[in-house]
Design a protein around this ligand. Structure first.
Ligand code: NAD
Ligand code: GDD
Length: 331
């Protein structure tokens, strides 16, 4: 019997955002194919109702096999991480251009209906992010271009390639610029983790081990906004369904300093810790916030989960992971 459900490829679905997106698409009734280069036992989530495939999507043949028979392609695959990883691995980050290039070519040739690319706030020009309290980033502020070295250039180039595949080949491409997404089932240790997960891990480890201090990168006065995973997945779905073919910010506009983020996690954990500031650690831009005017106007999307709610969920999940990793039984 033939299967009439809409089908979707989630490239990089063994990772954080892709794992959550695959769950959402399955719940909407999609036939889902998840492809990731990691062995399945290293995937953050495995959905038994999906077709789960291990393949290196930087190779054109693997990209062609992955998109075969798919109506929609969501490219969440990249070799990336938090600021500590992207500052030290610029060439590796740029090589992710092969994944998007080959997925675009394969999607064009296979007649895919819609293609989603996950871009980043790292495309924005450095001059707009030199202080903790500058104006939020509007989409047009990516040009004139001076993005984050390595990773940001790869994202900006790939955004541009999506635009030209749409103009020249008629492939319907959609692009979101994610602003620091966090939540359960993400990277929380190993060097690729971002600030929300790293701070949860450090506080949880201090609580579990009865330590009285944690290390913070920088002086803690740099600012960011952080977006909860459920809001991110809802935004991806709305952008994919929309007629908007321009890159859109997909981020929270609840700006905090890193010190304020640490205060919040300590409050959630009920702990009081001393901070040691490591001024030689990677810090990235001094300040970054998302201007959500365009996505609100175009799609009616705005974040619905506060930082306090989202971090409470995230801390609780990471606290358990730290406990399992140290073979402790935790309440
Ligand atoms: P993640 O690292 O958890 O997931 C990415 C997945 O891609 C990993 O599971 C990895 O194994 C897979 N992958 C890497 N190279 C591959 C290859 N050659 N073939 C197949 N799979 C490959 O990252 P994430 O946080 O889920 O991010 C998803 C996307 O969103 C990425 O493109 C990332 O650059 C972008 N993004 C994320 C954030 C964020 O805060 N999480 C912010 C901006 C942009
Ligand atoms: N990772 C991490 N770990 N960051 C820390 C820590 C820590 O223990 N302590 C303080 N920070 C500070 C960093 O120095 C940086 O100034 C800030 O927290 C945010 O760091 P990250 O979350 O690692 O990265 P980012 O916000 O600079 O960039 C991230 O978000 C982009 C999208 O908004 C990266 O993940 C990019 O890959 C992503 O595209």
């Amino acid at each position: 019997m033939s299967d009439h459900r809409s089908s979707a490829l989630v490239a990089g679905g063994g990772g954080f955002i892709g794992g959550h997106l695959a769950a959402r698409l399955l719940s909407e009734g999609y036939r889902v194919r998840v492809v990731d280069c990691k062995p399945v036992d290293e995937w953050f989530q495995v959905h038994p109702d999906a077709e789960n495939v291990v393949a290196d999507l930087s190779l054109l043949d693997a990209a062609r096999a992955a998109v075969d028979g798919m109506d929609e392609v969501y490219n969440l695959a990249a070799d990336m991480g938090g600021i500590g990883f992207i500052e030290g691995n610029k060439a590796r980050c740029m090589l992710s251009v092969l994944i998007n290039t080959h997925l675009l070519m394969a999607s064009r040739d296979a007649g895919v209906d819609r293609f989603f690319f996950s871009s980043s706030a790292c495309v924005y020009a450095a001059a707009h992010q030199a202080a903790p309290d500058l104006e939020p980033l509007r989409e047009e502020m990516a040009y004139p271009a001076m993005p984050e070295d390595g990773y940001g250039w790869e994202k900006l180039f790939d955004e541009r390639m999506c635009r030209h595949f749409a103009e020249d080949f008629g492939l319907r491409t959609r692009v979101a610029r994610f602003h620091n997404i966090y939540g359960p089932h993400g990277t929380w240790d190993g060097g690729r983790e971002k600030a929300p997960a790293a701070i949860c891990r450090k506080v949880a480890a201090a609580v579990i081990n009865n330590d009285d201090k944690i290390e913070i990168w920088g002086d803690g006065e740099q600012s960011r906004s952080f977006t909860y995973i459920d809001d991110c997945v809802e935004g991806i779905r709305r952008i994919m369904r929309s007629d908007c073919d321009q890159p859109l910010n997909l981020g929270s506009d609840e700006l905090v300093t890193i010190n304020e983020l640490v205060d919040l996690v300590q409050e959630i954990a009920g702990s009081s810790l001393k901070r040691r500031y490591n001024l030689s650690a990677a810090q990235g831009v001094r300040g970054r916030n998302s201007d959500n005017t365009l996505i609100r106007e175009q799609l009616g999307w705005a974040p619905s989960v506060s930082l306090r709610e989202g971090m409470a969920e995230t801390y609780s999940w990471i606290y358990k992971q730290v406990g399992y990793a140290s073979h402790r039984f935790l309440p």
